[in-house]
Design a protein around this ligand. Structure first.
Ligand code: C2E
Ligand code: MG
Ligand code: MG
Length: 304
């Protein structure tokens, strides 16, 4: 038995070294060393903690306003998950979402995100005269065969007095490129319920654009890497112009992510960008702070 365990561990360790080589671009070798061992242990522990995070109430959502750049109103916000780990403090979603996907627990987390975001949308909607839309990040795994249950999401919306028009789902380009039956089915179910669909991190993934029309996409979110170095006369301005013109020709609205300065906002406005999101307006805020921000903005106290 001891031998079996030893052999089993050896296989796991060499597997780990193989992944390290793949990450380095293949065609090379890697040794399983102490650092790799500690990384594996860390990932295992984090994954096991993650399995209990929903039931232990360790997740929370923060909300980042999305500004309509034409009339400077807030009509949307993005819900962003935070994991408050009892020992490690705040763990970034960039770190734990991939673990949750690998461990097969992202659907449960996705349902929690949806319900929590809807509960908060109902509170915002009470304070809003127009239709408020919450944008929710979704994982590609939620579009596979045993992924999200769209009808039950819709029932939940109804119990809060909301409709599909209060929701936008964000997906990455990769989801549409695969376009398996389960993906197509869910996207059309969402469409029938009038849920908006946005492509997140646009410009960083695949270059085929035919899917934009095929799936009747509503929004493109230009990745922050294009916005970061936006200066008059730079190549990024040309790219952004091209994306906005193409999107508008297809009837798609454009959201720019990661706006940190007035200069970036001005260039985006000059090029007809529809919506903006970023630290220049506000960092993601907890639920109560978001409501305060929303009300102050509505009264014109915070306009940039
Ligand atoms: P994302 O959806 O592209 O979200 C934008 C990220 O940029 C957020 O990071 C946000 O805090 C950050 N950000 C916003 N404005 C600025 C800015 O002006 N400058 C800079 N430097 N950053 C800005 P965050 O919250 O750490 O989320 C990281 C990623 O994790 C998200 O990227 C999304 O892909 C994923 N994620 C977050 N929440 C969820 C969730 O509920 N479900 C899933 N599946 N993924 C999520
Ligand atoms: Mg997003
Ligand atoms: Mg993004």
């Amino acid at each position: 038995m001891a031998t079996f365990r030893g052999e089993h561990q050896l296989i796991i360790n060499s597997d780990q070294a193989m992944y390290a080589s793949k990450k380095k671009g293949r065609n090379c070798h890697s040794y399983f060393d102490k650092k790799m061992f500690e990384e594996t242990q860390y990932k295992c522990k984090l994954t096991s903690d993650l399995r209990q995070a929903v039931s232990k109430d360790q997740f929370t959502l923060h909300y980042q306003p999305i500004i309509d750049l034409k009339n400077k109103t807030i009509t949307k916000a993005e819900a962003l998950i935070r994991w408050n780990h009892p020992e490690r403090g705040l763990v970034s979603p960039l770190e734990f979402i991939p673990l949750a996907e690998e461990a097969g627990i992202i659907n449960g987390i996705g349902d929690w995100v949806f319900k929590s975001a809807i509960d908060h949308t109902a509170k915002i909607q009470e304070r809003s005269e127009q239709n408020f839309q919450m944008t929710i990040n979704t994982s590609p795994v939620q579009y596979t065969k045993n992924g999200m249950d769209v009808p039950s999401w819709f029932d939940y919306l109804s119990t809060r007095g909301l409709s599909g028009e209060n929701i936008i789902v964000e997906i990455t380009e990769g989801v549409l490129m695969e376009a398996r039956e389960s993906v197509v089915k869910r996207l059309f179910q969402l469409r029938d319920l009038k849920v908006g669909v946005a492509i997140d991190d646009f410009g960083t993934g695949y270059s085929s654009l035919s899917y934009l029309k095929k799936f009747d996409i509503d929004y493109l979110k230009i990745d922050q890497s294009f916005v970061k170095n936006l200066k008059l006369g730079s190549d990024d301005v040309v790219l952004i112009q091209a994306i906005i013109v193409m999107a508008h020709q297809l009837g798609i609205k454009v959201v720019a992510e990661g706006i940190e300065t007035k200069a970036q906002m001005d260039i985006l406005i000059a090029n007809g960008c529809d919506y903006g999101q970023g630290y220049y307006f506000s960092k993601p805020l907890d639920g109560a702070k978001f409501l305060d921000f929303y009300e102050s903005w509505d009264k014109g106290l915070l306009h940039t």
